[in-house]
Design a protein around this ligand. Sequence first.
Ligand code: SF4
Length: 362
Amino acid sequence: MPYSLHDLLDDTLAGHRLTEEEAVRLLKTRGRDVWDIAAAADEIREHRVGDIVTYVRNQNIHVTNICKNLCGFCGFGRRADDPGAFCDDIATVREKARAAVGRNVTEICILSGVHPDYTLDSYIDLISCVRDAAPGVDIHTASPDEIVWAAGQSGISTALAIEQLRDAGLGTLQGTAAEILVDSVRQVICPRKCDTATWIRVIREAHNLGIRSTATIMYGSYESAEDRVRHFGILREIQDDTGGFTELVPLSYLHENTALYRAGLAPAGATGREDILLIAVARLFLDNFDHIQVSWGKVGTKVAGMALLSGADDLGGTMFCDDVSVDAGGEGADYLDPGEMQRIAEDLGRVLRQRTTTYGMV
Ligand code: SF4
């Protein structure tokens, strides 16, 4: 007799660790069973972290949109001579950091294109500048791909590059550039980024140096359900070994101004069913992650509320500016007021709390 969905969910609630094959089955579910998967994930969320919905008061600083990678799913990256290309000088970055301090942020994300001329010293200068302008604020920056690039440009190992960035003021690493950790997918959506094995190596190096990071997944473009679950499998293996991930940040693909969509290689983003199931299956499969974020800038605040009923427990950041989502066609993706976050949490019978980057309560 085939293993029924409800037996599988009951066993998972009782502590069974989902296999990748089982997770694929959950991701492919259609019809009202989707709600049962979401309910099981919500129950696990309740046991693991209670009824608190968290957010971080943060600000993005985009230093440049000039990028060596020009990924097919991205509407933000430009060539240096493209219209709208920009690259801020250090004085402008300092002003942006001071503005962030004026907004009482606890985290600044330096989130930029991978400028082809940047070296490790460029990143050190940027981080030092933000550290001096915003003392005590967590500097959350540098994806594994940026570290590989900076280390290569400066002729040193990635581990040494991470140490030097930490000494300059890096607080936590961005687990971005992960996209989908399957090389056949990366070859289509981000062929110039580091490959899967390199991403894993650099994240492990950071965790082993005591630097924590987020984990991300960019879904809804070219990949299959199997690819999404293989990605989750890699994250779960790393977390088993290092415990260095603070949370999973699922990033739903925004298609509008992207080459991948224009070329007919990707659909118009994930559906609502896929968004809800991605969150729910992440909560069920990633049994060693405390926190699953829902990215309101990608899915909108209404789906974000439903995701908080499907396994998510974190609303991410205030951001104040998110050119990456806006340039890809995300409306209202710049800023979410904590008052609105509170309305979303209380509507679900939950409590909103401000957190630090590493989930200490403010
Ligand atoms: S996703 Fe990042 S690396 Fe890729 S083109 Fe956009 S800014 Fe560049």
